[in-house]
Design a protein around this ligand. Structure first.
Ligand SMILES: NC(=O)c1ccc[n+]([C@@H]2O[C@H](COP(=O)([O-])OP(=O)(O)OC[C@H]3O[C@@H](n4cnc5c(N)ncnc54)[C@H](O)[C@@H]3O)[C@@H](O)[C@H]2O)c1
Length: 420
């Protein structure tokens, strides 16, 4: 059995390495030495893989030393693919990881990319780096594959093995080999795409479709709010039709849904097509934070609150519920907008790491918010610990006639003052 190296042990790489590690020898490689030290101690801060699961992955070892992956024959790259401040793809981690792999690449090896990219990135960006650094020739000396990841952090039902996986390879034979490799650990089965580009495009449109559907719900929410109609009630009614899709309005953060469409639009623009619908959806979703803050402020004014100096408690900072991931959270847009209005904002989050919140956003998380302190409570991220609370418990944080904003509509109908 060929030995695997997984490059980048984050939300995607670690569960994958652990799944393969139950069946064969796998070396997990990451440039973050602290992460490697924690994993060697059986600790996964992303909470995706438990200590028991790590122990069950008997074939899995961890390293931050490139030499330790030199004898592997299959390299699976799962590094981040973020966007820069201009919302253009930042391929630096992908290129750096390809340089590392290029240094240890040998005849017959296969490099499989899992990071989300635009169609063409594997063969146009990564393979040339591998060729340059290794001095080997593509599809003669070494081969490539692309198999996008579809995991959903925090979701204990849809996990790496139970989600059907799309596979592809740079030649028909390699496509078969890549497919068989994954079929060995993915109990839900595999779908072999006809080319690497098709597999890359499939992943990026999955997230683009989701982004656009949420954008439509957000636009509807803004229209219905002006008409004094509750969007959730409209959706419950429309949802009784068999083919109405169950999307809800909300903030679109994280490093997938809110980021990946920009990879597609970047490539589209590079080949002379100016995408309209995809970017319109991005604009709508990126404006939801300031919009939600303004709605809260309006409701506070209507109740007679003075906004300058008012105290608002924001519950939840992570980009989604039941997950500690703070990257690209759009709750920050709500907080910044409220601060711009002159509100004093306290933030609490039972899943987020205080140090990371400080480092990323300069926010000091409140561990236990005081009772009867706030003019408004903004339930931004309904982690299960918050969603289990009754509305009267949330109202206890407020003094007198405060405003309770249930962003995602998790409280029973009519119990919050506002929702999207
Ligand atoms: N998290 C998700 O829900 C999800 C789902 C599907 C696909 N994806 C995609 O998978 C990819 C990885 O995402 P993630 O959430 O696991 O990222 P992550 O940030 O959690 O993990 C990436 C890891 O890669 C390491 N790394 C960075 N550069 C490296 C290098 N040059 N060499 C070795 N290690 C390096 C980092 O230290 C980090 O531990 C991205 O392209 C993402 O879009 C993510």
């Amino acid at each position: 059995m060929k030995k695997i190296a997984v490059i980048g042990l984050g939300y995607v790489g670690l569960p994958l390495a652990a799944a393969f590690g139950e069946k064969r020898e796998v070396v997990g490689f990451d440039i973050n030495s602290k992460r490697i030290a924690e994993l060697k101690d059986g600790v996964d801060f992303t909470r995706e893989v438990s200590r028991e699961e790590l122990a069950a992955a008997g074939g899995l070892s961890f390293t931050d030393q490139l030499d330790d992956i030199a004898d592997c024959q299959i390299f699976i790259v799962t590094v981040p693919t973020p966007i820069d401040e201009y919302k253009s793809p930042d391929l630096t981690p992908l290129i750096k990881a390809s340089e590392s792999v290029g240094k240890v690449l040998k005849h017959g090896d296969i490099v499989i990319y899992e990071s989300t990219v635009f169609p063409g990135a594997t063969e146009e960006v990564c393979v040339p780096v591998l060729e340059k650094v290794s001095g080997l020739r593509f599809n003669q000396d070494f081969f490539a594959g692309y198999s996008p990841e579809r995991i959903n952090p925090g979701d204990k039902e849809h996990r790496v093995a139970s989600i059907m996986k799309v596979t592809s390879g740079s030649t028909p034979e390699i496509a078969d080999e890549v497919d068989a490799l994954y079929a060995d650990v993915i109990t839900a089965g595999t779908h072999k795409a006809s080319s690497i580009k098709v597999a890359e495009a499939a992943k990026v449109i999955e997230n683009t479709q989701r982004d656009l559907n949420i954008a439509l719900m957000n636009e509807l929410s803004m229209i219905f709010s002006r008409m004094k109609i509750d969007t959730h009630e409209v959706l419950a009614a429309a949802g009784t039709k068999w083919n109405f899709l169950p999307f809800k309005p909300g903030l679109v953060g994280g490093h997938c849904i809110g980021v990946d469409p920009y990879y597609l639009t970047h490539k589209a623009q590079a080949i002379g097509y100016h995408p309209e619908i995809i970017l319109a959806g991005r604009r709508v979703n990126d404006n939801m934070g300031p919009y939600a803050a303004a709605e809260l402020v309006k409701a506070m004014i209507k109740k007679g609150h003075t906004i300058a100096g008012s105290k608002v408690l924001v519950m939840g900072l992570t980009f989604k519920e039941n997950c500690p991931d703070l990257r690209n959270t759009r709750v920050i847009d709500v907080i910044r907008e409220l601060e711009d209005f002159g509100c004093q904002v306290d933030v609490t989050d039972c899943w987020a790491d205080n140090e990371e919140a400080q480092h990323e956003y300069g926010i000091s998380l409140i561990e236990q918010p005081a009772q009867s302190q706030y003019d408004a409570v903004f339930l931004a991220v309904p982690h299960r610990e918050y969603a289990e609370k009754a509305s009267f418990e949330l109202r206890q944080y407020m003094k007198g006639d405060g405003v309770l904003f249930d962003l995602k509509g998790v409280l029973p109908m009519g119990e919050a003052d506002l929702r999207l």
